[in-house]
Design a binder for this molecule. Structure first.
Ligand code: PEP
Ligand code: MN
Length: 356
């Protein structure tokens, strides 16, 4: 059932969703919408209930913003979408003819809230977009979508808005593209929309993330757009003007998902054969490495020595990162690779140690 539904999203690709982080006033909302209406099929977004981490910051204009959105629809013909976080929001949004609902990152990660929303949508036919949860835990994202499926909501899209990290990072929320690909693998028919605004947290980096998303065959973009970003009441660093949005859309290269060009296909096939061979080589090398690891495990066991020698591990990591960087491989990649190999090695030696 789950992978067998007809999805009405994605009829026009890329899907474009734009509008302010928050509806702040009737004037700001309408002016933004009027400046955006030239984009065909654009879906107008505006948050009216804003989940803020701390109280006493701007928490949204509340339900009166729904009337502004109705006016937007009437004056511009644009479809509208708002974030809902509980059943009451759903009820009010439906009453005010909002076209599409979206679930925010803080709500996706909350199974009680998700269940409440899903229950309120039984018997309702409205598209819903589900943002990834703040935490890099893809099962919360999957679970949120499954709850909506269980309520009969099949017209769904996922929004990739990046994940929280404690580490210093160029971006406000690190993309962790692999997690979005994990969701895509689970639900191949659900369109995937990228939100470069919340990933980057910075208006200067919107284009690079939007381009990456397009090159990864994403189905659309959600980009926060405000007539006066400097004075926005929320997320001012990442919002762009409608003119800047247009500029970005003009620069964006939308490549084909496929081509019928015979020469292209032949070359690609050739190169992929080489990749396939190299992957087998890689796995063979890893197998040989694990054989050695097991030998060391036996040796350690016989001499009653612990598996982990931290100094050796730290040294290894350092030297491999250095070597890899000389070959143009990033530090992050080497670290992730080595950590995965190291974990598997520890598990192997654990098996050796604990074998009766
Ligand atoms: C938003 O889209 O304005 C928003 C609150 O996003 P997120 O839920 O991704 O933080
Ligand atoms: Mn925002």
């Amino acid at each position: 059932m789950i992978n067998n539904f007809q999805n009405k999203f994605g009829l026009t690709k890329p899907i474009l969703i734009a509008g302010p982080c928050s509806a702040e006033s009737e004037k700001q909302t309408l002016e933004t919408a009027h400046q955006l209406k030239k984009h065909e099929n654009l879906i107008f977004r505006a948050g009216i209930w804003k989940p803020r981490t701390r109280p006493n910051s701007f928490e949204g204009i509340g339900s009166k913003g729904l009337q502004w959105l109705q006016k937007v629809k009437k004056e511009t013909g644009l479809k509208s979408t708002v974030e809902v976080a509980k059943a009451k929001h759903v009820e009010l949004a439906l009453k005010h003819e909002v076209d599409i609902l979206w679930i925010g990152a803080r709500t996706t990660g909350n199974p009680f809230a998700m269940q409440e929303i899903a229950d309120s949508l039984k018997e309702v036919d409205i598209p819903v977009m589900v943002k990834n949860p703040i935490n890099p835990e893809v099962n919360l994202w999957i679970g949120a979508i499954e709850r909506l499926f269980d309520s009969g909501i099949y017209n769904l899209a996922a929004i990739h808005r990046g994940f929280f990290t404690y580490k210093n990072s160029k971006y406000r929320n690190i993309p962790q593209w692999q997690l979005a690909l994990d969701l895509k693998r689970k639900f191949p028919k659900i369109p995937m929309i990228c939100d470069p605004s919340h990933i980057t947290g910075n208006s200067n980096h919107i284009l690079e993330i939007a381009q990456k998303a397009m090159d990864m065959s994403y189905d659309g973009l959600m980009i926060e757009t405000h007539i006066d970003p400097k004075n926005a009441l929320s997320d001012k660093e990442q919002q762009i003007t409608p003119a800047e949005l247009e500029n970005i859309l003009n620069k964006l290269v939308i490549r084909n998902f496929e081509t019928d060009d015979v020469e292209f296909k032949a070359t690609l096939k050739q190169l992929r054969i080489q990749i396939d061979d190299l992957d087998i080589e890689l796995l063979d090398v890893l197998k040989r490495r694990m054989d050695l690891v097991e030998k060391i495990g036996v040796h350690k066991k016989e001499n009653e020595v612990t598996i982990l020698q931290n100094n050796r591990w730290i040294e290894m990591l350092k030297s491999r990162v250095k070597y890899g960087e000389k070959n143009g491989l990033s530090e992050l990649f080497i670290q992730q690779l080595l950590k995965a190999i190291h974990q598997e090695s520890i598990d192997k030696q654990n098996n050796v140690m604990n074998k009766k």
